[in-house]
Every structure is written in structure tokens, then in C-alpha cells.
Design a protein around this ligand. Structure first.
Ligand SMILES: Cc1ncc(C[n+]2csc(CCOP(=O)(O)OP(=O)(O)O)c2C)c(N)n1
Ligand code: SF4
Length: 278
């Protein structure tokens, strides 16, 4: 308890209104906690950390944490994060986005950030829906699920975030949940530490806009669903019947230099050729 109080005082902005703006039972606050604990565990000075958030309930996280923060426009967090990392590679840059932000309106930026392997950590809060704007379907809404824009059930298939990002070339790809908090903390710390583009998908319940319309009786039931359906990837792979199950853990670990490093190396090589400084 004393440790939690210390983290609250050290990392949260005291002039912000608490409790958080999130609905009761929303998982986003748990992801906020995970973000703070992972930065703390890595011993990163607060002034060296930049949180770049998009627009959405998830983007509100940036308002509460006492790092350098930028609240950008919907779908563009990764473009701003890319610019910051290229301008000052020493900074730890973390882009916080919802599934709509990262994979719908911002999907193009995400695949190119992964392809370029810019040294940014993408933290995607996947609640399968547009939470902030009232429950429209996103590109991760499961086929058949209810949303206000597909009341008869989603006809489109959902992106598999892990496979999409892996195919695009990211250095690291992992998935955790807000039920498995300790594991999520560790996935975050690992992703922040690895050079190149690293994505962490955090499954987080939105009872208000998603659960209510999809047969869950409460937010608690959604947490129970995460508990019963998600399991470590090594155990998942041994299952004969994987119906209704989802693997969590790290799926991709690639040894690459971030774009910012390759850029600096290129400049140095050019300068050496010309006999001047980079
Ligand atoms: C360019 C632009 N298009 C649309 C919107 C409206 N808008 C704001 S948040 C949002 C969706 C948020 O959903 P998601 O990114 O999944 O985050 P969540 O609220 O679920 O955390 C939309 C469509 C906007 N602010 N800007
Ligand atoms: S609408 Fe959903 S995502 Fe937004 S705060 Fe409420 S529960 Fe969380």
C-alpha cells in the first residue's frame, strides 16, 4: 500500500480531477497503472519519458501522468511520436491509443511505424469498440458482435492485431489483459526496453459501450471473461480445441536497430566520408 501511495505521488498530476473520468469498471485505469509501474520498474527519469496520446477514452491517460505529455488528434499519435523520437532519440516515447485510434483511423500510420521500426512503444487499449463516441464498431470489433453501428452484428472480420503488426515488421509484439496485471506490467517493461517499434495490445473491458450490448451482465463479468478465456501463449499452443481462447504474452522479439539509430549511423557515415562532423 505504501508503495502504491508513493507511485501515486511520484507519477500522477495532483492538479487533475480525481477520480478518473473513466466509467466504473472501465479497464483503462488499470492500463494507466501498468504504464506507471513499468516506467518505475525500469528506473526511467520522468523527464525522459514522453506520452503521446490520441483521442478517445484511452487518450485521457495522458492528462493524468506527470511525464512529458502530448494529446494529439485522433489516429495521429504515432506520427507525432515518430517526430519526437527522430528529433531526440534519447527520449522514451510511448504512444497510447485505443483500437479505433491505432487500427481504424490510424491504421496506416501503425503499419508504417512497424515497417520503419521507429523506436516507439505503442500501447493499444483494445476494448473492441469506439468507447468515447458512443459505441460505434472499430476494426477490432469481433465478427457477429453488436455495436451501435452494426446492431444486427458486425459483418466485417476483425484485425488480428498481433498478426498484423508482426507481418508489418515490428521488433516486438505482445498482448496482455487488465485482469493479468502483473504480466501486463512485465510486457510493458519489456516492450519499452527493446529497440525498434514495439506494440503492446492491452485487452480492456468497456462495459458501457461494448459489454452491455454483447451479453455481459456487468463489468465484473467482463473481467471474469478475460480470466477464463486468455492464457499464456505456450499453454494456448498446446490446446487441441482453441475455440473461445486467446493467447497472451510476447509473440514477436526481433533484434533490430530503431530507425533513429539507423538514421544517426547514416549521418555519421556521410560525415566521415566528407571528413566533417555528423
Ligand atoms: C479526425 C477525427 N475523427 C473522428 C473523431 C471522433 N472520435 C473521437 S474518439 C473516437 C473513437 C475512440 O475510440 P478508440 O480509439 O477505440 O478509443 P476508446 O474511446 O475506446 O478508448 C472517435 C471516432 C475525432 N475526434 N477526430
Ligand atoms: S465509455 Fe468505455 S472506454 Fe470509455 S470510459 Fe466508459 S467504459 Fe471506459
Amino acid at each position: 500500500m505504501a508503495e502504491i501511495t508513493q507511485l501515486i505521488h511520484q507519477y500522477l498530476r495532483h492538479n487533475k480531477k480525481f477520480p478518473l473520468v473513466f466509467c466504473p469498471g472501465c479497464g483503462h485505469g488499470i492500463v494507466l497503472g501498468s504504464l506507471v509501474r513499468s516506467v518505475h520498474a525500469l528506473g526511467l527519469p520522468k523527464d525522459d519519458v514522453v506520452i503521446v496520446a490520441g483521442i478517445g477514452c484511452s487518450g485521457r491517460i495522458a492528462a493524468y501522468v506527470d511525464f512529458n505529455t502530448v494529446h494529439t488528434t485522433h489516429g495521429r499519435a504515432l506520427t507525432v511520436a515518430t517526430g519526437i523520437k527522430m528529433a531526440n532519440p534519447k527520449l522514451t516515447v510511448i504512444a497510447v491509443m485505443g483500437d479505433g485510434d491505432a487500427f481504424s483511423i490510424g491504421g496506416n500510420h501503425l503499419i508504417h511505424a512497424a515497417r520503419r521500426n521507429i523506436g516507439v512503444t505503442a500501447l493499444v487499449l483494445n476494448n473492441f469498440i469506439y468507447g468515447m463516441t458512443g459505441g460505434q464498431c472499430s476494426s477490432t470489433t469481433p465478427e457477429g458482435a453488436y455495436s451501435h453501428t452494426c446492431p444486427q452484428g458486425q459483418l466485417e472480420s476483425a484485425f488480428d492485431i498481433v498478426e498484423l503488426t508482426r507481418a508489418a515488421g515490428a521488433a516486438g509484439v505482445s498482448r496482455g489483459t487488465v485482469y493479468h496485471v502483473k504480466e501486463l506490467d512485465a510486457l510493458m517493461a519489456e516492450a519499452i526496453s527493446r529497440p525498434g517499434f514495439n506494440l503492446v495490445e492491452a485487452l480492456t473491458p468497456c462495459f458501457t459501450q461494448y459489454g452491455r450490448g454483447n451479453g455481459f451482465k456487468s463489468a465484473v463479468e467482463m473481467f471474469k471473461w478475460l480470466k477464463s478465456s486468455c492464457l499464456p501463449v505456450d499453454r494456448y499452443e498446446k490446446l487441441e480445441d482453441r475455440t473461445g481462447k486467446l493467447p497472451i504474452g510476447t509473440f514477436v522479439r526481433r533484434d533490430v536497430d530503431g530507425l533513429e539509430t539507423r538514421w544517426a549511423n547514416m549521418r555519421q557515415a556521410l560525415a566521415a566520408k566528407k571528413g566533417g562532423a555528423a
